[in-house]
Design a binder for this molecule. Structure first.
Ligand SMILES: Nc1ncnc2c1ncn2[C@@H]1O[C@H](COP(=O)(O)OP(=O)(O)OP(=O)(O)O)[C@@H](O)[C@H]1O
Ligand SMILES: [Mg+2]
Length: 256
């Protein structure tokens, strides 16, 4: 599997989150995600993976360290400013409007990203652009024939695809996926894996993905970052990481 060698599109340096009371949840994590790269993040429950994502997206403020996105320091920027620069994170199911159709959900997301630049006198043209972009996003995740269905009636695997379509609506260059297979029936996993595999190719961007299913992440990732007790234990190609004695030790008693 080729490892991307392009410029870093996302870089954290010494990124740290210490909560009140002095507990360090994310401990001086330095990682680089390169253009076109798929970087998996693994680690036992409570290792700090979601917290790392929260620091990268700006949902939580870092106690120390920095985050650079596409060459710009974003450590103190609000989440929406990071999103505008090209950072996308999968939406949780709760941000899907269940009573609206699949297509309406994606159109709203596209509009939310494009809204600021629309002008009234161009509204018909703008609407067409929004509709086209929404349909592109639906096609990318394989939901083009589900556009009219109410989002609330989608199966789990399809809801996950819709969340990815909402992510694509913002045309992100760096995509963060936190356990996208959670709750998905085993028989629907392979299809979702293929949708996720296609993300880098469709967007030309890069993916950082947390996943507990080892077979899934090993089949997708160019490199693997391993977190344990908030710190980065290893970050290398899957073969090297899986052979690492320290990583195996961290997983003792856990399912690998
Ligand atoms: N707001 C908070 N205040 C205090 N501690 C927190 C807070 N949020 C998370 N934690 C703690 O930080 C640690 C890391 O949590 P986090 O959710 O980042 O882990 P994770 O690696 O994503 O785990 P999982 O694999 O179960 O999703 C946990 O011990 C959790 O209890
Ligand atoms: Mg988590």
């Amino acid at each position: 599997m080729a490892t991307a060698t392009g410029p870093a599109v996302l870089a954290t340096a010494g990124l740290t989150w210490r909560v009140d009371g002095g507990v360090t949840i994310v401990d001086a994590v330095s990682i680089e995600l390169r253009a076109g790269e798929f970087l998996g993040v693994i680690g036992p429950n409570g290792a700090g993976k979601t917290s790392l994502f929260n620091l990268i997206t700006g949902l939580r403020a870092a106690t120390a360290g920095s985050v650079h996105l596409l060459g710009t320091e974003v450590t103190r920027l609000a989440p929406h400013r990071r999103a505008r620069l090209g950072l996308g994170r999968t939406f949780q199911a709760s941000s899907v409007f269940p009573s609206l159709s699949v297509r309406e959900n994606v159109r709203l997301a596209v509009q939310a990203y494009q809204g600021g630049s629309l002008r009234l006198w161009r509204s018909a043209q703008a609407f067409r652009a929004v509709a086209e972009r929404a349909d592109e996003c639906l096609a990318t995740v394989g939901l083009h024939d589900r556009g009219e269905q109410r989002a609330g009636t989608l199966a789990h695997g399809e809801k996950r695809k819709l969340e990815i379509a909402l992510l694509l609506a913002g045309s992100p260059k760096v995509m963060l996926l936190d356990e996208p297979m959670a709750g998905v029936a085993a028989e629907d996993v392979p299809e979702l894996v293929e949708v996720i595999r296609g993300l880098v190719g469709h967007t030309g961007g890069a993916v950082l993905m947390v996943e507990h299913h080892m077979d899934v992440i090993l089949g997708l990732a160019d490199r693997l970052a391993v977190m344990h007790h908030g710190a980065l234990l290893a970050c290398d190609t899957p073969d090297v990481v899986m052979a690492n004695a320290v990583v195996q030790e961290a997983y003792l008693g856990e399912q690998l």
